[in-house]
Structure formats: C-alpha cells, structure tokens
Design a protein around this ligand. Structure first.
Ligand SMILES: [Zn+2]
Length: 344
C-alpha cells in the first residue's frame, strides 16, 4: 500500500503582512522530522515576541517576521513498532502514474523507499514555478520528462534541483513567494566535532551563508546566481548570530562554518538563488541521545542568534556588521563524527 501524507496541517506564524518599507524574515524549522530543537527555539522566539515589552515591540514595529515551524510533521510524528520514532523523510510513496508519469519512472534521487518518503529539503528548485503537471510549459511530454530527467542519472542527482513532488515543499515555496523575504533562516541538526585541532570545545552550532553555486535551470535555460549584495547581507546575518554567542570562552561561542556544499534543491539554496540572504543553523547532535540540560543549552544556541538577528534587522545595525567576521569563522574540521548522525 502506498503511504500517503498524513494530512497534518503546516503552520505559518505571521507577525505582520508583507510591507516593502520594512525588512522581512522567514524562519523554517524541522524540514527533517528528526531535527526538532529548531522548532523549540522558534517557539521561544514567538513567546518573546508575543510577551510584549520594549524590545519585542520595537522588533514588530520594524520587521515583518514569518515563522514556519516543523514543516515535516509526518517525519516528526513517525512511529515504529508502536513507539515514537521521528525520521528525516516525509510520508509519501513514489507512485509515478499518479502524477501522470510512466509507472516505471525512476524516483527522484532524494526519495527513500526504505523510509517511505522524501527528503523534503531536496524537493525545491531555483525555478520556484516548476511543477510536473505543467511540463507542457517546457515543451515536454510526461514520458519525455521521465526519460530525459528522472531516468537519467546525469540529471537525477544532488547537483540538480528537486521537482516539487511533495506538498510540503510546494507550501513552503508558496509562503516564500508571498513574503519574498530579505532573509531566510533554516534550522537543522547534525553530528559534530571539536572546534579546531587546538581548541577542543564541542561545537554547538554550524552556520552557513552560502550553499549554492550558479545554476542554470534545465527546463527554462534561466541562469541563477547569488547576488553579491545578497551574499554580503547573508554574511552579516550569520556574523550577527555568531557575535550573539561570543560570551568569553564559553562553549556557546564554539561555532563553525558548515562544509562547502552546492545544494540548489534545498530551500536555502533555491531561495538564495532568488535574492534572499540565507542562514543555515545546524544544531549539534541527534535528539534521541540528548539529556534535558544539553537540550536546553542547544535550544538557546539557536534562540539567542535569532533574537539578535531580529533586533539588528529592526534597528538597521545588521548593515554595519563586518562580513569578514563571517569569513573568519573556523571551517568545519569533522575531526570527530557522531556515527549516529546524518549530514544536515
Ligand atoms: Zn536537516
């Protein structure tokens, strides 16, 4: 029996409506169902903003803040043998004939038949309007698309975009297009290492301002690249987050840059290529292994940068931050890996 999406709603929490006179930010969490601490961090942010007070009022008067928490509820609520067992993927079986493709069409490379769903964070595209039901717009029949793209390993791989086969990726992109945010932040988890070979503090988070090389859409021929000014703002956003955690030599300050990647099918990659400054936050570890105290610390390492970035967007000081601060953040060393953790 094919697994269908479970029908959980996706939520967007809107503080304000799109307003060209104000900076805007969209924050997404838990597109990988087994990476929940970002969701807890944004719940803290929402509570801070709702609580009132001078700082919250100042932020809300000056910034449009939209938050999409837990965009993979199927993965987050997954059960195995009657026990809660969150997974990375969504719930959705590849059934090509249901979307008008030949029944033997190969699944997109980010589909896991073992886990019964998609890596939702590979299902986006810099071509935000690509939809399989509109193949005729690109002069393709369904069987041509199947043969030329999905059945061809040279196209159906991580160097290329996703195909918007999941409702979740379509919904996130719809919200993105509605807000057209200046800044987009996506929060994940991954297994970690020490800061550098000399500084053996555990790394609490990794960040990235840049995850996509220039991209040519195979369907339209359109060329996408990250605008230099957008990249500068992305570095300033990441640097602002980094600065908020530099409190003496505490573990909170041990932050690395995420390894260099090219992922045009991620929400971060697709949106960066559409003129939004991005920040990836990867929180250390897999939740199944964490104690309560560690959880609290790790949630704070995402909450504090988010609040600092909102403040800096509200008062405009984000534009005064030196982007070289971002460039100087240590690169990922990967000297200790948690074998239980998957990348991102
Ligand atoms: Zn992730």
């Amino acid at each position: 029996m094919p697994i269908e999406p479970q029908g959980y709603p996706l939520y967007v929490c809107k503080f304000g409506e799109p307003d060209p006179s104000k900076p805007s930010i969209l924050i997404e969490t838990q597109i990988h169902g087994n990476e929940p601490l970002g969701t807890e961090a944004v719940v803290n942010v929402m509570q801070n903003l709702i609580a009132g007070g001078q700082e919250a009022r100042f932020i809300l008067e000056n910034v449009t803040v939209w938050i999409m928490p837990r965009v993979n509820p199927d993965g987050a609520m997954n059960q195995r043998d009657g026990q809660w067992y969150p997974k990375r993927q969504s719930d959705q079986t590849w059934v090509p004939e249901e979307i008008g493709l030949p029944s033997d069409t190969r699944a997109p490379w980010y589909y896991s038949s073992r886990n019964g769903g998609y890596d939702l964070n590979r299902d986006s595209s810099p071509n935000l309007d690509f939809r399989i039901e509109n193949l005729a717009d690109y002069g393709l029949t369904p069987s041509e698309f199947a043969t030329l793209y999905l059945d061809d390993r040279d196209y159906n791989n991580s160097e290329y975009d996703g195909y918007y086969v999941t409702p979740e990726a379509r919904i996130v992109t719809k919200v993105y297009k509605e807000l057209q945010p200046d800044v987009f932040i996506d929060i994940h988890h991954r297994g970690f290492n020490t800061l550098t070979d000399d500084d053996i503090r555990q790394v609490y988070i990794q960040v990235a301002a840049d995850v996509a090389l220039p991209y040519t859409d195979p369907f339209t021929g359109d060329y996408y690249s990250v605008d230099p000014e957008v990249l500068t703002l992305a570095k300033q956003v990441n640097a602002t987050g980094w600065l908020s955690l530099q409190l003496g030599n505490s573990a909170f300050g041990s932050i690395q840059k995420y390894p260099e990647v090219n992922l045009p099918g991620t929400t971060l990659g697709a949106f960066a290529l559409n003129d939004t400054a991005i920040m990836l936050i990867e929180i250390a570890g897999q939740t199944q292994n964490l104690g309560q105290k560690a959880r609290g610390r790790l949630i704070k390492t995402a909450t504090d940068p988010l609040m600092a970035i909102l403040k800096a967007l509200a008062d405009g000081s984000i534009h005064d931050v030196d982007p070289a601060i971002y460039d100087a953040i240590p690169e990922s060393s990967n000297s200790i890996r948690d074998p239980s953790a998957r990348d991102e």
